[in-house]
Design a protein around this ligand. Structure first.
Ligand code: SF4
Length: 109
């Protein structure tokens, strides 16, 4: 996936290995972070959403939580026992932040 760096802390996080002292796990760089279409009103139209296929994103009552694609760069946690990185987190997240849409966009097939 892709993204934008706004603060020095975020830059430090991007450059630090996952799970290190200053780093955190960025879900976008995890193999379990999946991009899925979500049907919208209008035939053939859809939005893009992201979900954790390891089932780690949950609402308080246990229901699965799904996020809008353009927010995926913000999905980070201190650590995750299911995290499987997909390569160089720093380069990947920098590229992702530059290519992510800045709002929830409607797509058509
Ligand atoms: S398995 Fe963990 S790190 Fe991977 S997407 Fe799910 S919550 Fe994020």
């Amino acid at each position: 996936m892709a993204y934008r760096v706004d603060t020095a802390t975020e830059i430090d996080d991007l450059l630090a290995p996952a799970g290190s002292k200053t780093g955190s796990v960025h879900c976008a760089n995890c193999i379990h972070c999946k991009l899925v279409p979500s049907p919208a009103e209008g035939e053939g139209s859809y939005y893009l959403r992201v979900r954790c296929d390891a089932g780690k994103w949950r609402k308080k009552l246990g229901e699965e939580k799904i996020y809008k694609y353009f927010t995926v760069a913000r999905r980070s946690i201190a650590s995750c026992d299911h995290y499987e990185d997909m390569g160089d987190s720093g380069d990947f997240l920098r590229d992702l932040r530059t290519t992510l849409p800045d709002r929830d966009e409607l797509y058509s097939k």
